[in-house]
Ligand binder design. Structure first.
Ligand code: DOR
Ligand code: ZN
Length: 345
C-alpha cells in the first residue's frame, strides 16, 4: 500500500455560513486544514472589521477541541465601503482580505459591486497597505452567456484593475477556464488564482448528461473538457501561481433540488482524498503538497504549517458518506464520478 505525508493543507476559500450550518460544516474543514480564508457572503454580509471579529468568534466556538485551526476573515466590498474603515480593519488584523462580488454574480451577492470604477479608491488603498483582493471573476450582464462570464470579466474588468494597480495583490478565485490560466500565467507576480476540487474533477457534462444534476451546479459554472484539462495542467505541474481554494459551499439539499436551485458544492469532507486521486491519475502526486499546502501560504507571505497529514492508498475505493445532517435538513457531500482510493489517516 502506498502512503504519502504532506504539510497540513490550507483552504484559501471556504463558505462556513452561520448558526446551525456553521456548527456542522466547520469540523469538516478543520479536520484536514490548518487555516482557511472565510467568505463574507452571509445574510446580511460581513461589511466591516467589527462584524468580522464577531463572526470569527462564532467560528472559533465550534472548532473541535482536537483541531488546531485558524480562520482568516474577509470583508464584503460594496460601493459604500469606506477605505479608512477597511484600512483600519486590515491594520488591526481584524481581517485578512477583502472580497469583490460583482452584484448578482452568485449566492448572496446582491449588495456587491455594480461599477468597478466606483471602488477604485478603495482598491488603491488596499494596494498601498498590502491588503489582498479576492475576486469572484464573472460579469453579470444579461447578454453575456453564462459559460463566457469569466472570460469577459477578465477582458473587461480584471485587465483594467491589473493595469491601473499593478501593486495590488489579487487572487482570481475558483478559476474555470483556459483563458484564466493563461491570463494569470502571463501576469505579474501579484496576480494568482485558486482552483476548486470540483472544477478539477468535472466538466459541464456532469450537470446535464443523463438528467439534470443540481448537486453539480456551482458558480462559475463547470466548463467544457478542454478548460478542465487546462486547470489540471496548472494545478498539477507545481506552478506557484495556482493553489487550492475549495469554495466548499453548503446549501440544504432541498434548496438545490428545487425549481430554482442554489449554486454551490459542499466538498470539504473528501477534498484531500479527491485531490490525491486526481494528482495520482495525472502522474503528479509529488506536486500535491505544493498545490494544497505550499503555494498559497508563500503567496500570502505566511510560513507553511508545521504539522503534517498522511494519506494512504487503499486497495478498494473509499465509501463516501452521502450527507451531513443539519437538524431536519441535510447537505449533500460532493462525490465525483470516479473511484477514489486515497484516505486521510
Ligand atoms: O457555487 C458557488 N457557491 N459559487 C460561489 O461563488 C458562491 C457559493 C456560495 O456561497 O454558495
Ligand atoms: Zn465562494
Amino acid at each position: 500500500m502506498e502512503e504519502i505525508e504532506i504539510t497540513k493543507p490550507d483552504d484559501w476559500h471556504v463558505h462556513f455560513r452561520d448558526r446551525e450550518i456553521l456548527r456542522e460544516v466547520v469540523p469538516e474543514t478543520t479536520r484536514n486544514f490548518a487555516r482557511a480564508i472565510v467568505m463574507p457572503n452571509l445574510i446580511p454580509p460581513i461589511l466591516n472589521g467589527k462584524q468580522a471579529i464577531k463572526y470569527k468568534e462564532r467560528i472559533k466556538k465550534v472548532i473541535p477541541k482536537t483541531d488546531d485551526f485558524e480562520p482568516f476573515m474577509t470583508i464584503y466590498l460594496t460601493e459604500k465601503t469606506s477605505k479608512n474603515d477597511l484600512k483600519e480593519a486590515y491594520n488591526n488584523n481584524a481581517v485578512f482580505a477583502a472580497k469583490l462580488y460583482p452584484a448578482g454574480a452568485t449566492t448572496n451577492s446582491d449588495s456587491g459591486v455594480k461599477d468597478i470604477k466606483k471602488i477604485m479608491p478603495v482598491l488603491e488603498t488596499m494596494a498601498k497597505v498590502g491588503m489582498p483582493l479576492l475576486i469572484h471573476g464573472e460579469v453579470t450582464h444579461k447578454e453575456v452567456d453564462i459559460f463566457d462570464r469569466e472570460k469577459v470579466f477578465i477582458n473587461q474588468n480584471l485587465d483594467f484593475i491589473c493595469k491601473e494597480l499593478p501593486e495590488l495583490k489579487i487572487t482570481l478565485e475558483h478559476i474555470t477556464t483556459e483563458d484564466a490560466t493563461m491570463y494569470v500565467n502571463q501576469s505579474n507576480r501579484n496576480l494568482v488564482a485558486t482552483i476548486t476540487p470540483h472544477h478539477l474533477a468535472l466538466n459541464r457534462n456532469a450537470i446535464f448528461v443523463g438528467g439534470i444534476r443540481p448537486h453539480n451546479y456551482c458558480l462559475p459554472i463547470l466548463k467544457r473538457e478542454k478548460h478542465r484539462r487546462a486547470l489540471i495542467e496548472v494545478a498539477t505541474n507545481g506552478n506557484k501561481k495556482f493553489f487550492l481554494g475549495t469554495d466548499t459551499a453548503p446549501h440544504f439539499a432541498s434548496h438545490k433540488e428545487n425549481c430554482c436551485g442554489c449554486a454551490g458544492i459542499f466538498n470539504a469532507t473528501y477534498c484531500m482524498s479527491i485531490l490525491a486521486q486526481i494528482f495520482e491519475d495525472n502522474n503528479s502526486i509529488k506536486n500535491l503538497e505544493k498545490f494544497t499546502s505550499l503555494n498559497g501560504s508563500k503567496h500570502y507571505g505566511l510560513s507553511k504549517n508545521k504539522t503534517k497529514i498522511k494519506l494512504l492508498k487503499r486497495n478498494n475505493p473509499i465509501v463516501f458518506k452521502k450527507q451531513i445532517k443539519v437538524g431536519n435538513n441535510s447537505i449533500s457531500v460532493f462525490n465525483p464520478d470516479f473511484p477514489v482510493y486515497w484516505e486521510v489517516i
